[in-house]
Design a binder for this molecule. Structure first.
Ligand SMILES: [Zn+2]
Length: 255
């Protein structure tokens, strides 16, 4: 049986039996992999084993069954690199990290490698560990995730009439169309989200890896709101962790 060696971050975990876990891992070279970790919760006389936690990064070795039964690989070895401990003493940061993990798990395919996205995920979790305010790190990751999977919205022009974006009120985002809709075209679109002032400038800056100096807390909420709206459409449901990142009432005040 071939053995694979990789670096991975745990995106989801569920207890499989008294001693085993099934983990959804995002591996740097292999992409998203589902593994069964047999006996991982079995303690020794010296050590109480709790298994592998959510949002850990480690070196792993796994084997693939020939028939790829149930798409489940077998974890042979896991050596923790970091547990991102800074996330675990601050609930807000942990929620931000859980959002990042949930959306990555939902929007990537099994065994579709995304090395740049793996690096972005590791950077986001490190940034969240230390961040006084977690929202900028989450919004930056939303931008990286959507860019890497090729579904970042078009923010340069109206996708109905082609008019170039200009700073003025009345722009919308249509997730189905994949980008901006101007105020002359929006009335015929049912599915759309109004963009707040400063949102396009913020997101355009972030795609160039620059944070505009004008970015204020409401701009980050506006950026999160519209990208989360787009992500919700792509996932077919809202991420369960969204309301813990930005409350529905904070989002409503922007609309
Ligand atoms: Zn238009």
């Amino acid at each position: 049986m071939p053995h694979f060696s990789d670096v991975a971050i745990t995106l989801r975990r569920l207890d499989f039996s008294e001693t085993s876990q099934v983990l959804v891992l995002f591996a740097r070279a292999a992409g998203k992999v589902r593994v069964i970790a047999k006996g991982v919760k079995r303690g020794t006389r010296k050590r109480y084993a709790t298994g592998i936690d959510l949002l850990e990064m480690g070196h792993l070795i796994f084997t693939e069954r020939q028939e790829r039964q149930a798409n489940l690989a077998t974890l042979v070895e896991w050596k923790q690199i970091t547990a991102f401990s800074g996330l675990r003493n601050d609930l807000k940061r942990l929620y931000g990290a859980q959002y990042v993990a949930e959306t990555t798990a939902a929007l990537t395919e099994d065994r579709d490698p995304h090395e740049c996205l793996f690096d972005a995920l590791a950077e986001a979790l490190h940034a969240l560990e230390a961040a006084p305010n977690m929202l900028p790190a989450v919004v930056e990751y939303q931008v990286r995730l959507l860019t890497e999977i090729g579904l970042y919205p078009e923010l340069g022009r109206c996708l109905e009439c082609g008019r170039a974006w200009k700073r003025r009120p009345g722009w919308f985002l249509s997730s189905h169309r994949g980008g901006l809709i101007c105020r002359d075209c929006e009335s015929v679109m049912v599915e759309k989200r109004r963009l707040r002032d400063g949102t396009v400038e913020l997101l355009t800056g972030l795609t160039a890896r620059k944070t505009p100096s004008s970015a204020q807390p409401p701009h980050w909420i506006g950026g999160f709101d519209v990208l989360d709206y787009h992500i919700t459409h792509l996932m077919g449901r809202p991420p369960a962790t969204s309301p813990y990142v930005v409350s529905e009432s904070a989002r409503r005040t922007l609309r």
